[in-house]
Ligand binder design. Structure first.
Ligand code: SF4
Ligand code: SF4
Ligand code: SF4
Length: 332
């Protein structure tokens, strides 16, 4: 059903090598562009738009205006009042003349279009390091928005004898997700907010389809042998509320199955603030303090208490506020 779209180039945000955060072992992670959600805390806001974009970095710009002189489309404008360069996305033809001429590396193309065969070879380059556990993770944005490419890549990676992981936010067509599971060893599935109205408020969409897709995916995973890790970003005052974690835990107790190996509660951080600046947007969580270890431990406790005995590892990941331990604390 996706054959007609297979010849399109794949729009890639980034390829991260030696990753330890997107599944077990050492992995190469492909970040694809485009997302169906609009989470207000998104840590990769440049991944949401499906198109490649030019980004400007205020910290690097020395104000020489060379970029404006070479841009034949008139897409670069200096905002004198704010002392910054703005980019008219509608006029920009992505020629990269500005990127090439910038003396301080202040301009970057975010998102590149790859031929699928060349992309596959790029992903396979580090296979010697994967070992028994590692492999290749397809992530985003939302990788299933480029369904034909994602399905093809998963199949080819498996044919090479390597392990596959798929990282999805779940707001996709159910049949696409189920087709992808045929070729997926590990499904990383985001569950963010239990109450649908709050999910809509903070992500732009209710969670009904995401939950329904997960129910279907878990049934399919049982048949395909796919393991599942649930991931919940802990956003202060939004998803790290105790009632939210309890609600998600009760849902997993009712609708989960033995394919779920792990539930990760991902501690908040402010590392993406500069990305928002480059997109000329305000980071809504500026100055918000990450969770303390005590708070993270408490949320893990609540999760376990409401899972009603359903077996899975529950752990928080990332860094706690005012603490040096980067590894996270595992419980259960
Ligand atoms: S990529 Fe080309 S068209 Fe776009 S802003 Fe730079 S020079 Fe102008
Ligand atoms: S060429 Fe680079 S350093 Fe010069 S104004 Fe443009 S972005 Fe800034
Ligand atoms: S699902 Fe992920 S990539 Fe998409 S908007 Fe939300 S946080 Fe960003």
């Amino acid at each position: 059903m996706f054959l007609e779209r297979l010849e399109r180039p794949v729009t890639v945000l980034d390829i991260q090598r030696m990753s330890t955060e997107d599944g077990p072992g050492l992995r190469t992670t492909l970040f694809m562009k485009g997302c169906s959600l609009r989470c207000d805390w998104c840590h990769n806001p440049e991944s949401i738009d499906s198109r490649p974009l030019i980004q400007w970095n205020s910290h690097r710009c020395i104000g020489c205006d060379s970029c404006r002189e070479v841009c034949e489309s008139g897409a670069l404008v200096r905002d004198q009042a704010k002392g910054r360069i703005t980019i008219d996305v509608g006029s920009c033809i992505l020629c990269q003349a500005c990127v090439d001429c910038c003396p301080s590396g202040a301009l970057h193309l975010k998102g590149e279009q790859w031929d699928k065969e060349e992309l596959l070879q790029e992903l396979l380059k580090d296979r010697a390091y994967f070992g028994r556990e590692g492999g290749i993770t397809l992530s985003g944005g939302e990788p299933l928005l480029q369904a034909a490419a994602t399905l093809w890549l998963l199949e080819q990676i498996r044919r090479e004898g390597l392990k596959t992981a798929l990282d999805t936010a779940g707001l996709v067509q159910g049949e696409t997700l189920l087709a992808a599971l045929e070729q997926t060893d590990l499904l990383l599935y985001d569950l963010k907010i239990y109450a649908s109205d709050r999910h809509r408020k903070y992500t732009g969409c209710g969670n009904e389809q995401i939950l329904a897709n997960l129910v279907a995916a878990l049934a399919k995973a049982r048949r395909s042998g796919t393991k599942v890790w649930i991931r919940t970003p802990l956003v202060p005052g939004v998803s790290d509320r105790e009632e939210n974690i309890a609600g998600l835990a009760r849902w997993l107790a009712n609708f989960g199955n033995e394919q779920i190996e792990r539930w990760e509660l991902c501690a908040f951080n402010n590392l993406c603030e500069n990305k928002y600046l480059m997109l000329e947007r305000e980071w809504p969580y500026r100055g918000v303090v990450p969770q303390t270890r005590a708070k993270l431990d408490r949320l893990v406790e609540i999760a376990r208490a409401h899972l009603n005995g359903r077996e899975m590892v529950v752990q928080w990941t990332g860094s706690a506020a005012l603490e040096k331990d980067q590894k996270g604390g595992e419980v259960g």
